[in-house]
Design a protein around this ligand. Structure first.
Ligand code: SAH
Length: 395
């Protein structure tokens, strides 16, 4: 017998608006004995059928909706979702000449808890929820059907799985083991991706559009690329004609990869430096020594993982952006980003305004950025908008 959950009175509202999450406090009654990740029918308090969802008994997000239609959640369902996601991205892939892109962005592509990135013929999956884990066979069969020539690798080595009662997992799911580097191309730039031990699934695909847009600010300029990872913005800066690019990161493997990427693209290495440094300290050192740049790029890791961390995150963003403004030449450009979903765009803009005041500099917002187009935001799930940025002219 299939299981069902009945919601607390009034709690059907968000589902009727097609938001995919059901919180534990919104559930009145559970029928049957659903286990970790099982598919359940969701009913309102009055018994109106609402959705098919995956049950996650250990998580605050107690169920995540697979579908608002009465349909089976099986291989065919996943094939349909994958084909929709691929079709939506087709023109983006062609325009950017992309051999690396995000194929599935979880809730935003109607597949809660599932991330899939493609690097050449390697599909790299993260299964982040109990429902995703329970559907692993169906998903795998669907991927093999839609991408018969691709190998499939799992990078579910992420701590959020604990909240869902799952252990971390990593390894080959189908086909070949990824080589140590897979070379992808975006906007004419080649990038080596380490699928097995790089960050996330190997690369920050979400900054692709911002990297491209950054090129208009760098011609003939000195550029400090903070939190460079494998070069990202620094490679675009070299392509865009920067006179000097310093890439700073604390990860030596990332910096080695960044240098290899600059070589791979045939860029003039005498214009590039790869500095193993803590950005917080480095910015202070530059300020003390009076070292200045024309362009500073600031793309830090997530500062806020939870609401409790948001205040601290605000201080962190204000601090590094203030320092960045202080080491800019008059008329310089700060390209600054926040990938914390909890940091809303308006709040980030206010923090940057405060940072300018503290830095004692006049600042104008001249361009706004967001996550690349293969990271869509479903209209029913505004949480999917997490990456934002600004180009700031600093006088
Ligand atoms: N801009 C990159 C992505 C940056 S991800 C791109 O376009 O691909 C964030 C990076 O910050 C990671 O590479 C991580 O190693 C680095 N990092 C984290 N804390 C740091 C610190 N205190 N100083 C310098 N780098 C740091």
């Amino acid at each position: 017998m299939s299981s069902a959950i009945y919601l607390v009175k009034g709690r059907e509202k968000s589902l009727l608006r097609r938001h995919p999450w059901i919180f534990s406090r919104g559930i009145q009654k559970v029928e049957g004995n659903p286990e970790l990740g099982d598919t359940v029918d969701v009913f309102s308090n009055q018994g109106q059928w609402l959705a098919k969802a995956a049950y996650s008994p250990q998580s605050q997000i107690r169920a995540r909706v697979w579908s608002f239609e009465k349909e089976e959640i099986n291989t065919e369902f996943f094939i349909k979702r994958l084909e929709e996601a691929q079709a939506m991205r087709e023109s983006i892939i062609v325009r950017g000449g992309l051999s690396g892109y995000r194929l599935i962005a979880g809730e935003s592509d109607g597949l809660p808890g599932i991330t899939i990135d493609r690097y050449q013929d390697f599909l790299v999956c993260q299964l982040l929820s109990a429902g995703a884990e329970a559907q692993r066979e169906s998903l795998l069969n669907a991927l093999k059907h839609v991408y018969p020539t691709c190998s499939i690798y799992e990078r579910s080595d992420v701590s959020v799985r604990k909240k869902e009662g799952l252990k971390e997992r990593q390894g080959v799911l189908h086909g070949d083991t990824p080589p140590d580097v897979v070379v992808i191309e975006e906007n004419g730039i080649k990038i080596q991706v380490d699928i097995k031990s790089g960050h996330k699934t190997g690369f920050y695909l979400d900054q692709r559009d911002s990297r491209e847009l950054s090129m208009k600010y760098v011609n003939g300029k000195t550029v400090l690329n903070c939190f460079s990872y494998t070069g990202g913005f620094g490679l675009y800066a070299l392509k865009g004609g920067a006179s000097q690019v310093i890439n700073a990161d604390v990860s030596q493997p990332a910096l080695d990869n960044a240098k290899a990427n600059a070589e791979l693209n045939g860029f003039d290495l005498s214009k590039a430096e790869f500095l193993n440094a803590d950005v917080f300290k480095l910015l202070r050192e530059y300020r003390e020594k009076g070292v200045k740049f024309d362009v500073v790029i600031m793309d830090p890791p997530k500062f806020a993982e939870s609401k409790a961390q948001l205040n601290g995150a605000c201080r962190g963003y204000k601090d590094i952006n203030m320092l960045a403004m202080q080491i800019l030449n008059p008329g310089g450009t700060l390209l600054t980003y926040s990938c914390s979903g909890l940091m809303e765009q308006n709040l980030f803009q206010k923090i940057l305004a405060d940072a300018a005041l503290d830095a004692g500099r006049r600042m104008q917002f001249i361009e706004r950025f967001s996550q690349a187009a293969d990271h869509p935001v479903d209209s029913a799930y505004p949480e999917g908008f997490y990456l934002k940025g600004f180009a700031c002219q600093v006088n």
